[in-house]
Design a binder for this molecule. Structure first.
Ligand code: NAP
Length: 319
């Protein structure tokens, strides 16, 4: 097996579940030249894949024993346990990669089942839609044993960019939720500014397309800020550099004013203006933007950041 992220064309892989996503996964394995075995509860869904070179089996047991690597992608973890539960013996010595969406608890329960069954286990999440499968620009996140991940990384690379996020199998689901949150807040922030720059007014009516070409370049700077602020958050120290919170607050006022003047929804801007105002009022005017993490951590409680995190750093203790 390749461990360098390149596709291993000689691999045998099984896909259980040929819904919209499972069929896309199986198709990508076939396209990458893997010997792909497929099974679906309802017959007929394998036909198009068989025409492309996949092998369909009548039972899930036959499909599992056909390959050392078994990828499962069903509607829910209940379905995964329904299908895999009776096949513990067949899974022994193989690796189950579960790309079904679920919670951290689902992931850990399924990992425990795999361990009892003598199977390797990776819990994965797919950060794209079926049409994005096979495109290296899109991520799949995997959590579980690093060694198991490395063993199958070359095969999984047929699906997109495989990224290992940690040994705890709960992590793929935790990352999934966080990254989707980042997507929604980024997209909503972008929509707010598309509305602002496209509204009537001096210099207004800029098209979304023209604006987004510039915004895309600006996102490189935003990524730079994130990289600079992350270690500050981890250390609990927020040196301002050249862009302190006081300056952020002043420029946020311009954004709020422009939003209200042009009649666009300003609630997102009001939120970060309010967090910044609280930090400045508490004496953090000279700190970096990363200081706001302490206000975000308080879950909106009016008393601001509480002392006494378990690790001794400032900020709110988890509920
Ligand atoms: N579609 C997306 O854009 C997308 C993106 C990211 C993640 N995902 C995740 O991928 C997973 C699959 O999504 P999908 O879009 O492929 O769903 P889907 O098109 O509805 O397919 C569901 C699949 O699960 C099977 N299934 C459900 N319950 C089962 C059971 N008890 N026993 C055996 N098979 C069972 C279905 O089999 P039958 O054909 O027999 O009904 C079908 O193959 C979900 O967890 C979803 O959240 C999907």
């Amino acid at each position: 097996m390749s461990t360098d992220g390149s596709t291993d064309a000689s691999a045998r892989v099984t896909v259980l579940g040929l819904g919209a996503m499972g069929a896309a996964l199986a198709g990508a394995f076939v396209d990458a030249g893997h010997r792909t075995t497929v099974w679906n509860r309802t017959s007929g869904k394998a036909d198009a894949l068989v025409a492309r070179g996949a092998v369909a089996t009548a039972t899930a047991a036959e499909a599992v024993t056909a390959s050392p690597l078994v990828v499962v992608c069903l509607s829910s973890y209940d379905g995964v346990h329904e299908v895999a539960g009776p096949l513990a013996g067949e899974f022994a010595g193989r690796t189950l990669v579960n790309l079904t969406s679920g919670s951290p608890v689902h992931a850990q329960e399924t990992a425990a089942w795999a361990e009892r069954s003598g199977a390797g286990y990776l819990d994965g999440v797919i950060m794209t839609t079926p049409s994005g499968i096979g495109n290296r620009d899109f991520l799949q996140l995997y959590a579980g044993s690093q060694a198991v991940f490395e063993e199958h990384r070359g095969t999984l690379a047929a699906l997109g960019e495989p990224l290992h996020v940690g040994a705890d199998t709960a992590l793929s689901s935790v990352y999934d939720t966080a990254l989707l949150g980042l997507m929604w807040s980024t997209l909503t922030g972008w929509l707010h500014t598309v509305a602002l720059i496209g509204a009537d007014g001096p210099g207004g009516n800029v098209s979304a397309t023209a604006y987004t070409e510039v915004a895309d370049r600006w996102m490189r700077t935003v990524r730079f800020f994130m990289s600079a602020y992350a270690p500050q958050i981890d250390s609990g120290r927020y040196p301002s550099g050249e862009f302190p919170l006081e300056l952020h607050r002043m420029t946020m006022d311009v954004l709020l004013h422009a939003s209200r003047l042009r009649g666009v929804d300003a609630r997102m801007a009001e939120l970060f203006r309010e967090l910044t105002e609280r930090a400045v009022a508490a004496g953090h005017a000279g700190d970096s933007y990363a200081r706001l993490i302490e206000y975000v951590r308080t879950d909106g409680r009016p008393d601001g950041p509480a002392a006494g995190r378990p690790d001794g750093r400032p900020g709110a203790a988890p509920a």
